[in-house]
Write a protein that binds this ligand. Sequence first.
Ligand code: NAP
Length: 429
Amino acid sequence: MSSGEKIRVEEERLIVPDEPIIPYIEGDGIGPDIMRASMMVWNAAVERAYGGKRKISWKEILAGEKATAQLGQPLPQETIDAIKEYIVAIKGPLTTPVAGGYRSLNVSMRKILDLYACVRPVRYFQGVPSPVRHPEKLNIVIFRENTEDVYAGIEYKEGSEEVAKLRGFLEDQLGAKVRKDSGIGIKPISRFATQRLVRKAIRYAADNGRKSVTFVHKGNIMKFTEGAFKEWGYELALKEFRDKVITEDELWDQVKGPDGVTPMTKPGAFAHLRGGKEAGNPGERIVVKDRIADQMFQQVLTRPNEYDVIALPNLNGDYLSDACAAQVGGLGIAPGANIGDWVALFEPTHGSAPKYRGMDKVNPSSLILSGVMMLRYLGWVEAAQLIEVALEKTIMDRKVTYDLARQMEGVSPIKTSEFGQEIVRRMDS
Ligand code: NAP
């Protein structure tokens, strides 16, 4: 039985007691190994940061293989209920059951709990091998919409009755032609889902001193879905955050054109002159801008320090998150969270890597840093910083697990548990 108290929401604020009860799911495959090492690190950081005044009261809840073995199903209702009740939870990776009608336990949890924002901070830790020359220039937080787009699961098989019906409707009613041997997927993007995501992204930027929010879309081609995402994003930004934001167009309007009088208005108007000019000064305001998705993949490589918080629909977000994670050293260290209005479930971005189960071998950094995100969500910033600094020192001292060791010259890998111990040791130095 856990001691501790529940986290609550009161008057639009998260109320975190000194000993919050936080449910955790150990995870399948490598889950137990990385959860054990991570808990050691989180507990040590909280203890050191607050001298024992604060403490996490962990409460195990079951999902995946452990739940199937003990309760006969991989995603018991009591697990979902506990996450709702305790508001903040953390999980290890779960193996997708081959049978049982679950597309993925993770997707099911996001859907059932309406965790509509997939949040992925991407930053570089010194010492991590990276494929680019200046990985440290990328320091962004990605807000990816989790419930819509082609991932909404509205998809029909080639040759099915549903496809026949849809083709008939599209041709007869809308004059749109679709080849007979097609599968059909539907891409809904709504104002509601877009705006709640963008609201979260701008709030995050405002609360964390971030300088810009960029909407990434493919609106030049898909005007009424991706293009609408951008339009609704600006609409929300200007309606709800007018005193906090300035759009990129407004910034350019502050810059005088070639005659020294006429503002350099709309994008493209004086594009050839922009190269050497600075845009207007945003002051304390957050710059709201947008980029076409394909261009954005170049921008994160060529001008990474011009981006900060990024909001995007589901599919673009899926691609860009992993590409950016690779840029700073890969998925083994990239943390993540799925967040609803308040309920937040933190998790590593990799899977359960079953072939390494029980070997005390893999890198726990992704889960450890998901815990760092969780500590920041609780407002326990000191503990979060302690872990980030100690983890970076550990990697710089070349104390790393096999995945990083194999990319470094002359480094012998250490175990998952040893990596955790090395981090804790560096908290005291
Ligand atoms: P995976 O578990 O992410 O593993 C793929 C490879 O990534 C591993 O073989 C390993 O590469 C590397 N890797 C993953 N985690 C690592 C870590 N912590 N440290 C070092 N290297 C790590 O992907 P998968 O094999 O495709 O998926 C396995 C199961 O996990 C599936 O059932 C899948 O559905 C599930 N899954 C769950 C989640 C989640 O819970 N959020 C996410 C993705 C997948 P090397 O072999 O090259 O060393």
